[in-house]
Write a protein that binds this ligand. Structure first.
Ligand SMILES: C[S@@+](CC[C@H](N)C(=O)[O-])C[C@H]1O[C@@H](n2cnc3c(N)ncnc32)[C@H](O)[C@@H]1O
Length: 256
């Protein structure tokens, strides 16, 4: 399982993650606590309490009203899988959901004034960003592209939110096909972790057919090459979106 489907993470991390995805799908008791599973946490649901503070402060600065108004809806993402919850100004929420809320504030700002009907997300993990974005964006179709094992976790998880589930399509990455007329392409700490061949495959099949893109890039590998591909295709970059964390993450936000 070397470089599993073009994913540039260590063999042991990808193997442990894939095995925990399989267990989460097969075993309901593992599913009950999957957000606290250490093997799963290497890849997902690992925002710590301090980093959560950075996201919380960002939200206070850029979206306090939306956060207060939709707090209960955002917390639905914490209702499944037993995540670690902490108090932020008296509000109990997981740091990972705070990060998804911050991502959503970026996305809402980036897309303001534009109708977003069709979204494609690559590497959506268990589907937390999709669930969180559904609170603020009335999309009609959301296509999740991920590893086959992760797709099964997403299906199991997002079924708990029937309104969102009814708008979803699932596409395992080994069945990647051309997807046309995409309003918004999202990849949160995922596309950046893939090898260049996989990045190009996503560019050719989805990104170049998208009007708006939001990518958090958590590595420097292929960064300049990838940015040049987007610019050469005609994407205009929007500045002003910053990220937090321990890896100099960059937010790529661009429009056709
Ligand atoms: C670091 S996680 C990011 C998860 C999620 N976007 C988040 O922000 O919480 C990387 C994601 O990339 C997915 N992934 C790995 N290889 C992939 C591939 N070839 N195509 C699509 N997704 C892939 C993993 O299954 C996982 O969901």
């Amino acid at each position: 399982m070397n470089n599993y489907y073009g994913w540039n993470v260590s063999l042991s991390d990808s193997q442990n993650y894939i095995n925990s995805c399989k267990l989460i799908v097969k075993d309901d008791s593992a599913f009950l606590n999957f957000k606290s599973d250490q093997n799963y946490n290497v890849i997902l649901e690992h925002v710590d309490q301090n980093l959560g503070n950075d996201y919380f402060n960002h939200i206070l600065n850029f979206g306090k009203n939306l956060f207060d108004e939709f707090f209960e809806k955002f917390c639905e993402n914490d209702s499944i899988g037993n995540p670690n919850l902490y108090l932020y100004h008296g509000k109990k929420i997981s740091p990972t959901t705070l990060r998804y809320v911050k991502n959503c504030l970026d996305i809402i700002d980036l897309c303001s004034g534009i109708e977003i009907k069709k979204i494609v997300e690559v590497g959506g993990g268990y589907g937390g960003l999709c669930k969180t974005l559904s609170v603020l964006c009335e999309f009609e179709k959301y296509i999740q592209v991920d590893l086959p094992e992760a797709i099964k976790v997403q299906e199991k998880y997002l079924k708990f939110f029937p309104e969102v589930f009814s708008k979803l399509e699932f596409l395992p990455c080994n069945e990647l096909k051309n997807i046309e007329n995409v309003d918004l392409f999202i990849s949160n700490y995922a596309l950046s972790e893939l090898n260049i061949e996989s990045k190009i495959a996503y560019f050719d099949n989805v990104i170049k057919n998208s009007k708006i893109i939001y990518i958090t890039y958590n590595s420097t590998i292929d960064y300049n090459l990838f940015v040049d591909m987007l610019k050469n295709h005609g994407f205009n970059f929007k500045s002003g979106y910053k990220d937090y964390g321990y890896h100099n993450n960059t937010v790529i936000a661009a429009k056709m």
